[in-house]
Design a protein around this ligand. Structure first.
Ligand SMILES: C[S@@+](CC[C@H](N)C(=O)[O-])C[C@H]1O[C@@H](n2cnc3c(N)ncnc32)[C@H](O)[C@@H]1O
Length: 273
């Protein structure tokens, strides 16, 4: 494990905090450009207060460090100069009041309850209030693959996939009102997902463009690679679900077959009878 800047701040914290060794590289990669700046940083999940001190050391004295927790006892950390809000991250009304009070924020780090509904409601509630250039990082996203955190068909990672679709729907040829207009990119690392917000960048419209270089009008071999389909099936490691066929469809196939291949049609009919 590399002893990154966030790791050093973590080790210096006077109060306990539980993390995973892989997290520090990710923290530094997401947050290093904000060090020393006049930013608003919100962490959901305070527990013993250890990470609040870590972030104050990491970002420096100019940063406004805000903690959110459901446990009312966390209010005591206000005595140490942190701003503390008590409420549930799965309560939209709590977030509505929070943003009126706090204003727009630069960074949100969600280390709260880690259920899918908590992670999703937090993202939905705070996305409109992240400043351009800022980000929301949801931590411990491995819970999307674990029992006990919600319905896995609607896990946090499934929600992330929906955002990936919406980012790609920005492509100029799609006329689609659901295209994502806040998140410029999503970075996925082990156990964390970062939504990077940049509204101005999402307004750029992609159009086809050619340079003035010479070309021979070469044939595009896009569909000439016969192995490709088999390969893809192996990569996905699953077969396409079989489509159900109705009796009516079967009858029309049989009629069609009678003209094209009567013998085969007879064999099929016997088989079905
Ligand atoms: C993993 S601990 C936070 C650890 C802390 N960030 C650290 O690194 O030391 C999770 C915290 O989330 C809080 N929590 C759980 N469910 C919550 C919810 N619905 N809303 C807000 N906080 C919640 C818990 O009370 C607990 O303090």
């Amino acid at each position: 494990m590399k002893k990154t800047e966030s790791y050093k701040s973590y080790m210096k914290s006077p109060y306990v905090s539980f993390k995973h060794t892989t997290y520090f590289d990710s923290y530094d990669s997401f947050f290093s450009t904000y060090k020393g700046k006049d930013i608003t940083f919100v962490e959901i999940g305070i527990l013993d207060g250890g990470s609040l001190f870590m972030w104050r050391d990491y970002f420096g004295a100019n940063a406004r460090i805000i903690g959110v927790d459901l446990n009312p006892e966390a209010k005591k950390w206000e005595n140490e100069g942190f701003e503390i809000y008590i409420g549930s991250q799965s309560d939209r009304d709590f977030w509505r009041e929070f943003v009126v009070d706090v204003g727009d924020v630069d960074i949100v780090l969600d280390d709260g309850g880690h259920t899918y509904s908590q992670q999703i409601i937090t993202t939905e509630s705070l996305l409109p209030h992240i400043k351009d250039g800022g980000l929301i990082v949801i931590e411990d996203t491995h819970t999307s693959y674990m029992q006990g955190f919600g319905d896995m068909d609607f896990s946090f990672i499934e929600y992330v996939k929906e955002h990936i679709d919406k980012i790609n729907l920005r492509f100029g040829k799609f006329e689609n009102g659901i295209a994502e207009k806040r998140i410029w990119s999503i970075e996925v690392v082990e156990s964390m997902v970062a939504f990077k917000v940049n509204r101005a960048a999402t307004e750029l419209v992609s159009k086809p463009i050619f340079n003035i270089g010479s070309g021979t009008r070469a044939k595009d071999f896009r569909f000439e690679d016969e192995n490709a389909l088999m390969e893809v099936n192996q990569i996905f490691d699953k077969e396409k679900p079989k489509e159900e066929i109705t009796l009516q469809q079967l009858e029309s196939i049989l009629i069609d077959l009678k003209f094209k291949n009567p013998e085969m049609a007879n064999r099929l009919k016997n088989l079905l009878d």
